[in-house]
Design a protein around this ligand. Structure first.
Ligand SMILES: [Zn+2]
Length: 413
């Protein structure tokens, strides 16, 4: 690659420094990326515990075709991928074939961006006790339909003729870093390595990171380079963007802000991660419902929430009651907002984001939850950060945000 880019490398008086090699590499990458964007569509996949939604998305963030399958109707990952490809094919045909598609992005639980694998996902029956290289599996299944001019037997012959080590690397990432090992170039992995081998580029990340990508490409974070997305759903997820890049950490799992400890010691609520006192155990939809039950049990004040058996109360009931002026419901939001604001004050000390963007059903309560968050933040944050961060509700709430977010990965870096 370097030799191709330099007119006459032999005339160079010294060996190319790493910095020069990086500039050349970056330039080539940019050109290739520009070529890719001539393909007008990407595939976005929202892989959830119940449904997996496949969408074809254009550069403006319009979902032009969409279909879904039941995530858990398949016993093995192979069967799931097979069904996914069957579901995708008519959608791909609708936009003129795979040649018009730049890549595919998947948002999924316990997904590792570096390896393209779902790793031990407790809520997925075909991945609860194993590592599933999902990006690679989709990439291989979608590759034969590419117009590389080779028949399937010819492609297989070509594969057999490649050195064995190249069979073992991911078609997406080449030799990706494992367990803390640095990428050989000291650079993030590039799917172009895979493209050279005719593979269809597929990227995978966790759902909250996909949401952050979606906000950056199509939503409330357009034009921002430093922000944090917090997803308030069954759990609390987060996607941290610093200098325009998602933070993945050394192993691909960075950004688990739902599991910072808010209450230490025996007082802390048990969390799904096996620890106690995590932000998620208080501020997820289930956490809010639990707060409601605790507050109702500790008081005999009247509340609309008493119209339901306590064990059936959901966070949506709290939102509805609060919007009707219910005092107890408002107190629940005050409690939740205070804790989220305290957590955001700590997150600011780490990455000083321009904005915190909230996503999920709880945000539909608007100011009822957002105001307590911002007030608590400004009360607890270090003075140098006070009053600077924006507190925004997702710009993708009314669209299929998860599919859009995942699709943003399909365009590449
Ligand atoms: Zn936890």
């Amino acid at each position: 690659m370097v030799e191709k880019s330099v007119a006459n490398p032999k005339k160079l008086p010294i060996l190319l420094s790493n910095a020069v090699i990086r500039v050349i590499f970056a330039t080539e990458t940019k050109i290739r990326t520009n070529m890719d964007t001539q393909k007008p569509y990407v595939i976005g996949v929202d892989l959830g515990g119940t449904n997996t939604v496949f969408g074809i998305v254009d550069a403006r963030g319009n979902i032009v075709a969409e279909d879904s399958i039941k995530t858990q109707a398949y016993k093995t990952a192979d069967a799931f991928v097979e069904a996914g490809v069957v579901c995708l094919k008519p959608l791909i045909e609708q936009v003129g074939g795979i040649d018009n598609i730049a890549g595919m992005g998947i948002g999924a639980p316990n997904a590792n961006y570096y390896s393209g694998a779902i790793e031990i996902a407790p809520n997925l029956c075909w991945a609860h006790d194993c590592v599933v290289p999902l990006a690679q599996m989709f990439s291989e299944k979608l590759r034969p339909s590419l117009s590389c001019g080779l028949s399937r037997p010819q492609q297989e012959h070509l594969l057999r003729s490649l050195p064995a080590e190249r069979h073992l690397v991911s078609p997406l990432f080449g030799r990706y870093p494992r367990n803390g090992e640095s990428h050989p170039d000291g650079l993030p992995p590039h799917y172009e390595e895979g493209q050279e081998r005719g593979a269809f580029p597929v990227r995978l990340t966790n759902d909250a990171n996909a949401a952050a990508m979606g906000e950056m490409a199509y939503g409330a974070a357009r034009g921002m380079k430093n922000f944090i997305v917090l997803t308030l759903g069954t759990g609390v997820g987060s996607g941290i963007v610093i200098n325009g890049q998602l933070v993945y950490g050394h192993d691909g799992f960075a950004g688990e802000l739902g599991h910072v400890t808010m209450v230490r010691g025996k007082e802390g609520r048990p969390c799904g991660c096996g620890r106690t006192g995590c932000l998620e155990s208080y501020c997820s939809a289930t956490g809010v419902a639990r707060t409601a039950r605790e507050i109702l049990a500790n008081t005999d004040r009247p509340s609309l929430l008493r119209n339901k058996p306590a064990e059936e109360i959901e966070s949506l009931d709290v939102s509805i009651a609060a919007s009707k002026g219910d005092e107890v419901a408002n107190e629940i939001f005050q409690f939740t907002g205070k804790m989220l604001g305290e957590a955001c004050a700590d997150f600011a000390a780490f990455s000083s984001p321009e904005a915190f963007i909230f996503f999920g059903g709880l945000c539909k309560a608007g100011d009822l939850i957002m105001k307590p968050i911002e007030e608590s933040y400004n009360q607890h944050v270090m003075p140098i950060f006070r009053g600077k961060a924006k507190f925004l509700v997702s710009g993708l709430m009314n669209a299929n945000a998860a599919v859009l977010g995942a699709s943003a990965l399909g365009w590449g870096e």
